[in-house]
Design a protein around this ligand. Sequence first.
Ligand code: NAD
Length: 272
Amino acid sequence: MQHVTLNNGLRMPQLGFGVWQVADDQAHASVAAALEAGYRSIDTARAYDNERGTGRAIAESGLAREDVFLTTKLWNDAHGYDEALRAFDESLERLGTDYVDLYLIHWPVPEQDKYVDSWRALERIYADGRAKAIGVSNFTQQNLDKLLQEAGVVPVLNQIELHPRFNQAAMRKVNADHRLLTEAWSPLGQGKGLLEDQTLRGLGDKHGKTPAQVVLRWHLQVGNVAIPKSVTPSRIKENFDVFDFELDAEDVERINAMDNGGRIGPDPAEMN
Ligand code: NAD
């Protein structure tokens, strides 16, 4: 397992496991399978309605709590200082733990214009040691600039939609310039079309790997943290089996060239 070091010194596995659109009981089974396969970082959120199943799988795994890097997120209906503190308490209660490794603002929701207030709550939670790190998700350059003008603590990362067809070169640079790592959500482009791409298939054949493994390897080599999701045990294992090969510079360039601005999810400026 490769790790990255966050700007506050905390180490985080570079490859993790996401559980969006996974019902609570299924999340329990999937997270158990992921931990069994070797993943040590799990990405959930209040909005996924599976914090209980996720927390239970970690508790029952036999692993020490400190051996699992756990992320959850503040949902859009709980922006504001007091609201965010309360939402965090509720997330911890559902997760059945007394701290998370990373707490993120899920979306900036510029229409509400409360993310700076929410951030102050995250800073408080961080100061209290109840989150080992705090960060943001779906923040644009404008959102980050505004936050950083007010913030006492720089977010450790920005979790954004990122896959070969939407590789976010500009936003990755903005993040890096501010000392934030970039974490890729929908790192596989949600499967389907992307994984049938001929370039990825060709690179898979070249390395004896699947298109999904090629894409995940690309994320690791360009410096992204990635959190692929699957509920299928064989794919959960497949997506973790990416540490025994390396793309060469030309392979990486070919994947970089696949960008076509193909955003799948909502535009952060419009999400409320
Ligand atoms: P993903 O890119 O990880 O794709 C997952 C889908 O790809 C699976 O449902 C399956 O259909 C397919 N797949 C997975 N492994 C495969 C394999 N080996 N071979 C073939 N097909 C395969 O998409 P995602 O779930 O949208 O994103 C991953 C995680 O990112 C989420 O679970 C969540 O934790 C996080 N996320 C965060 C946000 C945010 O706003 N912060 C938004 C979306 C997702």
